[in-house]
Write a protein that binds this ligand. Structure first.
Ligand code: V47
Length: 372
């Protein structure tokens, strides 16, 4: 961190003192951090908080993503990935055999995470997903299965006419160990219905995450930013995640997702068009690190941020880069210009060139080996 005088000049002295003492920041502090013109000062505080938790470690995972379908009943306005029906141009739904073929094709990678998410398909029953998890688990007993956002869980429950807790119990019995954090978008009740009126609302998203935690299933959490939301709505979103974490404790990682506008039906006001700019992305990573004092990891998801911003984000509070990925559709259908996958060597060198030490982890953030 810089000398206290420096933070005094930027109007960050009281936040500096709280961060130094490890005290919780409040909503107003979050707003001050978003509005402070000196992004280096904000970043230095986040770096301090990040290094206190993780030293110079930067984590990555050898993983593969599977997007099993993009057919989705939710019709979220921002989403360029979804198709409304199987017959629409560009719609796809993989079979279990398609998924197994994708897994076999990367057997040399020795995956430590299989990340499975998709649209809320109108007719795939819960038994299809239980069967998928069981078949994968029997072929790959040591591969941690990270699958289904709280939004998909809500959808399965609605389709089956059972509770979300029952859905989670059944999926856990089939091999689910971890859940990704998608679908949180932005919680604000005024804005959420404009973006995703048919999807699980903020209360349900948080409740389902809490239910997963109560069953011992760790989950991640996200925020989609850089669209119509205000800075107040971002800070409010972070505060709600922190409150849920106080209650249920099972969030492992927070992932800020910058809105990518290509092929999206969400049209931003003229002044806001174009990609969320890099400094806003870095600042959002930093504010998240500082506000989310009870969530251990902040992920710089290189698919959506791009590799260079993700690398820089390690200096702004992020400690994780996600992983090898192999194949990704949600960001790429929205115009992400990142590669579709990275090698272990590329991830490690990205981390080393940023001045951090690569640490390989699995889906639940257990350290596997260290490249130090
Ligand atoms: O829920 C959709 C977002 C999410 C766009 O938990 C968009 O480890 C930007 O949650 N521009 C899915 N973002 C991705 C996700 C995720 C990714 C990697 C790791 C983890 C994890 C979670 O992507 C969606 C939505 O919030 N999204 N459309 C878009 N146009």
């Amino acid at each position: 961190m810089f000398a206290p005088d420096y933070y005094n000049i930027c109007g960050l002295l009281s936040i500096y003192e709280k961060v130094k003492a490890g005290e919780r920041l409040d909503f107003e502090d979050g707003m001050v951090l978003f509005n402070c013109p000196d992004i280096a000062a904000v970043g230095s505080l986040a770096l301090h908080a990040r290094c206190r938790l993780h030293g110079d470690a930067a984590f990555y995972v050898v993983n593969r993503q599977i997007n099993y379908t993009n057919v989705c009943v939710n019709r979220c306005v921002f989403c360029a990935f979804r198709r409304d029906a199987e017959s629409d141009d560009g719609a796809f739904t993989l079979s279990v055999e398609d998924i197994l073929a994708r897994l076999r094709a990367c057997s040399l990678l020795h995956l430590d995470e299989l990340h499975i998410v998709g649209g809320c398909h109108p007719s795939l029953p819960l038994s299809w997903f239980e069967n998928l998890l069981r078949i994968v688990r029997s072929g790959y007993p040591d591969l941690p299965l990270k699958a289904f956002t709280p939004v998909e869980i809500a959808h399965f429950a609605r389709l089956e006419g059972i509770s979300t807790l029952q859905v989670l119990r059944r999926l856990k019995a089939a091999g689910l160990v971890m859940m990704p954090g998608g679908g949180a978008e932005i919680f604000d009740e005024g804005l959420r219905p404009q973006l995703c009126p048919h999807k699980a609302d903020a209360k349900d998203w948080l409740r389902i995450s809490g239910e997963a935690h109560s069953l011992g299933i760790k989950t991640n959490c996200t925020m989609l930013f850089g669209h119509l939301e205000s800075l107040e709505q971002r800070v409010d979103h972070l505060c709600r995640l922190r409150e849920q974490q106080d209650r249920s404790g099972g969030f492992t990682c927070f992932i800020p997702l910058p809105f990518l506008s290509e092929n999206s039906a969400l049209k931003l006001p003229e002044a806001q068009r174009g990609p969320v700019h890099g400094l806003d992305q870095l600042r959002t990573v930093a504010v998240a690190r500082l506000m989310l004092d009870n969530i251990p990891h902040i992920k710089a998801y290189w698919i959506m941020l791009g590799a260079k911003t993700a690398q820089t984000a390690l200096w702004y509070g992020a400690d994780d880069l996600d992983g090898t990925i192999v194949e990704e559709h949600i960001g790429h259908m929205a115009g992400a210009d990142s590669a579709s996958g990275m090698t272990i060597r590329e991830l490690e060198s990205m981390i080393r060139l940023s001045g951090f030490s690569p640490v390989r982890r699995n889906a639940v953030f257990e350290t596997l080996e260290s490249g130090r």
